[in-house]
Design a protein around this ligand. Structure first.
Ligand SMILES: Nc1ncnc2c1ncn2[C@@H]1O[C@H](COP(=O)(O)OP(=O)(O)O)[C@@H](O)[C@H]1O
Ligand SMILES: O=P(O)(O)OC[C@H]1O[C@](O)(COP(=O)(O)O)[C@@H](O)[C@@H]1O
Length: 333
């Protein structure tokens, strides 16, 4: 029977991680379980940096970005020695289940630890990138979209005033979810997303052709290209320079960067994080192991961790309509 659980946040922080920690602590309290919070991701397991968490510790954090437990990457956790040490430290603390809020890498870390530790391991998807299969959205994704949209709307104002072309780089690591959502939500004329590239490379000629055709049809006007990071050598700044060179136009780059990871979580992230935090505790109590708490069609779901690494497709309908809206043939009509 489970008496004591631990929780940690790992990898890129995401708005809603605090809401998730809160739900874990409050749910555990209702079930008479003790909660230990490990700090700085897997580093805390190695250095025994931990603290008891009581309901009073999570008061007034649901609306705060970041994570009260701090997050970190822990490259040394891939070694057997580290996982052994973590397992011993968890046993010394009499932890029965460890709940990890993080992304794909953190879930790999859980699988690694499971080889050396007998406790239960449950994951909760916490990343702005939404690149985890088995859950419709990850904690932090909705807030990141809203943050990107607020920024892109502002860039649109100045782009309109100067009739300029802007290339806006959003996060996502190697996934285009934030890129697609922010292109659709901002009415961006073009989107460059990893899932849509042929041969994995940006076709710069096609980008130029679309800009020129659009301007031929509409006249000189603002034009926004949303691009996911890591698609072009040198990033959006280098691509903007290349577009300037080819078109002899004023193309500027705006890299949204880390602002997408911060800020108060929007309602959808607070609610998702609360649901998944509570459900993860219930899963651990029910004896589940190496599973993720996710949400599908509004219902909580328990997903085998292994399935969360599958590739997760973009919404094909959203991709199609966004492309149709800016289709060159339709622009000619
Ligand atoms: N293959 C692995 N084996 C063990 N631990 C891993 C592995 N991959 C990642 N981790 C751990 O998970 C941490 C977070 O992973 P990372 O990919 O940086 O972020 P995220 O969890 O947000 O995807 C890493 O710093 C490391 O401690
Ligand atoms: O904080 P770092 O190490 O610069 O990482 C940046 C990466 O983290 C993210 O913001 C979030 O990714 P993870 O949640 O998978 O860690 C990515 O979008 C970005 O590529």
């Amino acid at each position: 029977m489970i008496k004591r659980i631990a929780v940690l946040t790992s990898g890129g922080d995401a708005p809603g991680m605090n809401a998730c920690i809160r739900a874990v602590v409050l749910t555990a309290h209702t079930l008479n379980l003790q909660v230990i919070g490990y700090r700085h991701g897997y580093n805390g397991l190695l250095s025994r940096e931990c603290q008891p968490l009581h309901p009073g510790d999570v008061f007034n954090i649901i609306q705060r970005g970041g994570t009260i437990l701090r997050s970190a990457r822990c490259p040394e956790f891939v070694t057997e020695e580290s996982a052994h040490r973590a397992a011993k430290n968890l046993d010394d603390m009499q932890i029965d289940a460890l709940l990890v809020i993080g992304g794909n890498g953190s879930f790999k870390g859980m699988q690694h630890l499971a080889k050396f530790w007998n406790g239960k391991l449950i994951g909760m998807p916490g990343t702005i990138d939404n690149d985890i299969a088995g859950t419709d959205a990850t904690i932090g994704y909705y807030t990141a979209i809203d943050t990107a949209l607020e920024a892109i709307d502002k860039v649109r104002d100045t782009a309109d005033a100067f009739e300029r072309i802007f290339l806006i780089e959003v996060m996502g690591r190697h996934a285009g979810f934030i890129g697609l959502a922010s292109a659709v939500g901002s009415g961006a004329e073009q989107m460059l997303l990893p899932e849509l590239l042929e041969n994995g490379q940006i076709d710069v000629d096609a980008v130029v052709a679309h800009v020129e055709k659009t301007r031929a049809a509409r006249g000189k006007c603002s034009y926004i290209i949303v691009t996911t990071e890591n698609l072009y050598p040198g990033g959006a700044t280098a691509l903007a320079a290349e577009l300037n060179r080819r078109m002899k136009v004023d193309c500027r780059a705006a890299i949204l960067g880390y602002i997408q990871r911060g800020g108060s979580p929007v309602s959808l992230d607070r609610i998702l994080a609360t649901k998944l935090g509570a459900y993860a505790v219930e899963m651990a109590v029910a004896g589940q192991h190496l599973m993720m708490a996710g949400e599908h069609h509004g219902e909580v779901v328990a997903v085998p961790l292994e399935e969360t690494f599958a590739s997760k497709p973009l919404d094909p309908y959203l991709v199609r309509i966004q492309r149709d809206f800016f289709d060159l043939l339709k622009l000619q009509g």
